[in-house]
Design a binder for this molecule. Structure first.
Ligand code: HEM
Length: 417
């Protein structure tokens, strides 16, 4: 079988489960050709890690698999941009990463998250009720693209009126492989510029600086205020560290939930019996959220770089090689989950890797779960929709995005209830 799990266009047709299973069975750590895609030039290639145990191992062993050396995206950053990109906690290794992470963890207190729970639930109810009243909607465009943005604005302390900016920055960074979202900028030589380079993000950093200055003058109960006030070992965050945190939180806190919500709906529609089971027993919600995240992991892959020559899953990896873990394959690994293709909303235990593992384990997982529970509670309280056309997926080998999901509501009780 000829397997290409690099090409972002492959994922636009859905996670290539057959190909990934073939790799797990025959070449669990396999070399992938990083060929040219559209305007994007070829890269050196990478190792694709597809089994649950190996993905877990890579993520828990930062000494061998570094987030710092080549950062965490498949596409290599411009070497000139590396020092800048490495200022983000996501692109650090312990112990530096631990210093910065400790600082943000303090800003994500349970009390702060719980304070927003009421607004998160109300927003989901209102947006879905409006869609049902209209009789049809395109779920991402009409409902789920905006909910995480509004929730994130509250958490970070960004005025809601500015959320279109946050969306535009996210689309620029995440959607660059997608024909609908891409806005390719070229350099003087006509080569496309990586959207993560500082020059491409100057407007966002200017905004972050202004917001930080505002929070210093007008402290509030939000994450940005906590970040400008935070101290580790008697030191405040530097300007660039604050900018990078803002960048990370905007993208990580938005696009992932934006994928998780329609992903959960799509999964429920594909499994009517489980959908009906959840409607009959909302007490299943906590395990359902985990199973929906397992079956639709918002993050498809993350990259590391080998720090030394080593062996993994039968492959001989050389120092400096790119190593890419496939969360979407680990979550479907027959070695880790009984009958992984089955949707079982009561599945326990459920050791999915959608939030990662090890030192970089998602910092926003509690907030993401809170938003998913609120959204699904509102969704289940309304009549069940029917598909109203084919969904469309983001062209990306990083985010499992759903860009269009047309739904319609018939008479109450007509669809799966
Ligand atoms: C369903 C939603 C989400 C998913 C699936 C998700 C997934 C992930 C994954 C896989 C990582 C690990 C990255 C790595 O291994 O290099 C991560 C890290 C991170 N996530 Fe999330 N995330 C979600 C929501 C959020 C939210 C809502 C926020 C913030 C408001 C957030 C903030 C972060 C941060 C700051 C990190 C970096 C942690 C570090 O490097 O130490 N995430 N996320």
């Amino acid at each position: 079988m000829d397997v290409d799990v690099f090409d972002p266009r492959v994922f636009a047709r859905g996670v290539p489960h057959e190909e990934l299973r073939h790799l797990r069975d025959t070449a669990p750590v396999s070399w992938q050709d990083e060929h040219e895609v559209g305007v994007w030039p070829a890269g050196p290639g990478f190792w694709a890690v597809t089994r649950h145990a190996d993905v877990r191992h890579v993520l828990r062993t930062p000494g061998d698999f570094s987030s710092h050396l080549g950062a965490t995206q498949i596409r290599d950053p411009d070497p000139a941009d590396l020092p800048f990109i490495r200022r983000m906690v996501l692109n650090m290794d312990p112990p530096e990463q631990v210093r910065l992470r400790t600082l943000v963890t303090g800003a994500f207190t349970r009390r702060r998250l719980e304070r927003f729970a009421g607004d998160v639930a109300r927003r989901a109810r209102d947006a879905l009720a409006a869609a049902v009243a209209a009789g049809r909607c395109d779920l991402p465009a009409d409902v789920t693209d905006d909910l995480p943005l509004q929730n994130l604005c509250d958490l970070l302390g960004v005025p809601h009126a500015d959320r279109a900016l946050l969306k535009a920055w996210t689309d620029r960074v995440i959607g660059y492989q997608d024909p609908e979202h891409a806005r390719v900028v070229t350099d003087a030589g006509g080569r496309p510029v990586n959207p993560r380079s500082p020059a491409q993000l100057a407007d966002m950093f200017g905004y972050a600086d202004e917001l930080a200055a505002h929070k210093r003058r007008h402290p509030a109960d939000d994450v940005l205020t906590a970040l400008v006030q935070a101290e580790v070992d008697g030191e405040r965050l530097t300007g660039p560290e604050l900018q990078m945190f803002f960048f990370l939180l905007v993208v990580a806190g938005n696009d992932t939930v934006r994928s998780a919500l329609p992903g959960a709906v799509l999964t429920l529609l594909a499994h009517p019996a489980e959908h009906a089971r959840l409607r009959a027993d909302p007490g299943l919600l906590p395990t359902a959220v985990e199973e929906l995240l397992r079956l639709h992991p918002p993050v498809l892959t993350f990259r590391r770089t080998a720090t030394r020559d080593l062996e993994l899953g039968g492959a001989r990896i050389a120092a400096g090689d790119k190593v890419v873990v496939y969360h979407c394959s680990a979550n479907a690994d027959e070695r880790a989950f009984a009958d992984p293709g089955r949707c079982d909303l009561a599945r326990t235990p459920n050791d999915h890797l959608s939030f990662g593992q090890g030192p970089h384990l998602c910092l926003g997982a509690a907030f993401a779960r809170l938003q998913m529970r609120a959204f699904l509670t509102a969704f289940l309280a309304l009549p069940a929709p029917e598909p109203d056309g084919a969904p469309r997926r983001l062209t990306s080998n990083f985010i499992n995005g759903i860009t269009h999901l047309p739904l319609r509501w018939g008479k109450p009780g007509r669809a799966a209830t």
